[in-house]
Design a protein around this ligand. Structure first.
Ligand SMILES: [Zn+2]
Length: 465
């Protein structure tokens, strides 16, 4: 029995033929798309469907896949401005990370996921730092469940590294135990929406034992492995000091190679590193806004794409972006590479839409399930109504509109796994205002404890909550 029919829409499929279908309808049963067809034929075929969504004049896109985030950092917006990465980490992010509570992480994740949903995100990969409070990871997963987003939780680990507080280090045995607990409790739960991955922070933040332990677990449990790679020249140098080689070469030496490896940032990959990534089908997560915010550099993304590497895009944590807005990442990605190469043809809007959808899905191993609008795939999509913002009018080409003139105001309806999370611009699965209030309160509390903001001296007031 068909549960939902989205009627009379323009459907940007991002299928193999990259079809854009005018006057089409989409039938959804349970969690899947069961048919996409011309609106008049579909109207004959599907009568009396429980839920009809009128989408005339609107565009349906596959939901965005945000391939890298640190949701707890949503509380840290604006505290790390104008700092170099090492200072940003040691004076702001690390002091906050070690004081996290269950409530703070939950409120941060709720806000971060909400921002994601509002900007068309249907899947997010969170990368939680190790933390001194037991079971803090569960608070992120609780937010995934409550908001019904598709969430991949990367269990982080750090067991060495210059300038890292002891409180956020854990030995490989502790990480292994907690990963197994999380995997057994949550992996595949919520109709398969929740998945658990391994996420050692960086090669220079992990001993060989940690790298091998986490990799062994990823292989044993047949799950993903994600790690920050060559974000700055420091990453390569610190890795060489600890392991004798730059980070990608250490992965090769330890045989941490394969299609389930997602390499984050990759700003300083060499040609040799790229050949290696391509050879083993390792994936890349590109975080252009974060790379600009921290002045990390410009990753050689066009070169990677040309050589056949799968590249997804991401916001990164809000402490190095200040939002969780995927529409902004979608817009910044081509602009950054165009100006960097001084070549306006280097990255097209169509390619960026692929990076945000089907390539992102491939980057996390879910391309058979999500990333495009096709019969048999999961119903993860958003309905875009261009008339809700002056920014999106006139619409001459829906792909150009979403990439260069996109506004979260126009993300009118969001469906994940066949569930309607947001409809007619209203969140149905939680109280949006409450999420904002709770996040502001948690952010204030955390910044006082961590000494990262002087709340009492602020010459402004944050809402009258
Ligand atoms: Zn990161």
């Amino acid at each position: 029995m068909t549960d939902i029919i989205v009627k009379n829409a323009t459907v940007v499929t991002v299928n193999n033929k990259r079809e854009i279908l005018k006057d089409h309808s989409i039938a959804i049963e349970n969690d899947r798309i069961t048919e996409i067809g011309p609106a008049n034929e579909m109207a004959q075929k599907f009568k009396g469907v429980k839920k009809e969504i009128e989408a005339v004049g609107k565009i349906v896109f596959p939901g965005f896949v945000n391939t890298h985030n640190h949701l707890f950092q949503t509380l840290l917006k604006g505290l790390g401005d104008d700092k170099v990465l090492s200072e940003w980490f040691t004076t702001m992010t690390a002091p906050s990370a070690k004081l996290l509570t269950e409530e703070a992480v939950y409120n941060a994740a709720m806000l971060g996921c909400l921002e994601g949903i509002n900007s068309g995100t249907t899947t997010v990969l969170d990368y939680m730092y190790p933390h001194p409070v037991p079971n803090l990871s569960d608070s992120v997963i609780r937010a995934f469940k409550e908001l019904q987003i598709r969430g991949i939780f990367g269990r982080g680990s750090v067991d060495t590294g210059i300038g890292i507080p002891q409180e956020i280090m854990q030995d490989p045995g502790t990480v292994e135990k907690d990963f197994i607990r999380l995997f057994e409790t949550y992996h595949g739960s919520e109709n398969g929406r929740i998945r658990i991955w391994l996420a050692p922070a960086a090669v220079w933040l992990a001993t060989e034992e940690m790298l091998l332990t986490t990799w062994r677990l990823a292989q044993k449990y047949n799950t993903g492995f994600t790690i920050h790679i060559s974000e700055t020249p420091f990453d390569r140098q610190a890795s060489a000091e600890l392991h004798g080689q730059p980070d990608m070469e250490v992965l090769q030496k330890l045989r941490i190679t394969g299609p389930n490896v997602l390499l984050v940032h990759c700003v300083y990959l060499t040609e040799r590193d790229m050949r290696m990534a391509r050879f083993y089908d390792m994936k890349v997560s590109h975080n252009p806004v974060s790379n600009m915010y921290l002045a990390s550099g410009v990753a050689p993304i066009p070169r990677m794409i040309e050589s056949g590497i799968t590249v997804g895009i991401a916001t990164d944590g809000a402490a190095s972006n200040n939002t969780n807005d995927m529409l902004e990442v979608v817009r910044m990605t081509p602009l950054l590479h165009k100006v960097h190469t001084m070549d306006p043809t280097i990255l097209t809007a169509a390619k960026v839409l692929e990076m945000a959808t089907i390539d992102g899905a491939r980057a996390i191993g879910l391309e058979a399930e999500i990333g495009s609008l096709e019969t048999g795939k999961k119903a993860d999509l958003f309905i875009y109504n261009p008339v809700l913002s002056a920014r999106s009018i006139p619409m001459n080409n829906p792909v150009s509109t979403i990439v260069y003139s996109g506004s979260e105001k126009c993300v009118e309806t969001v469906i994940i796994d066949g569930n309607i999370l947001k409809e007619d611009s209203r969140l149905l699965v939680a109280d949006e205002e409450k999420i904002l209030q709770n996040a502001q309160k948690s952010a204030d509390k955390l910044s006082v404890m961590a000494g990262t903001a002087k709340i009492k001296e602020r010459p402004w007031q944050v809402l009258a909550f």
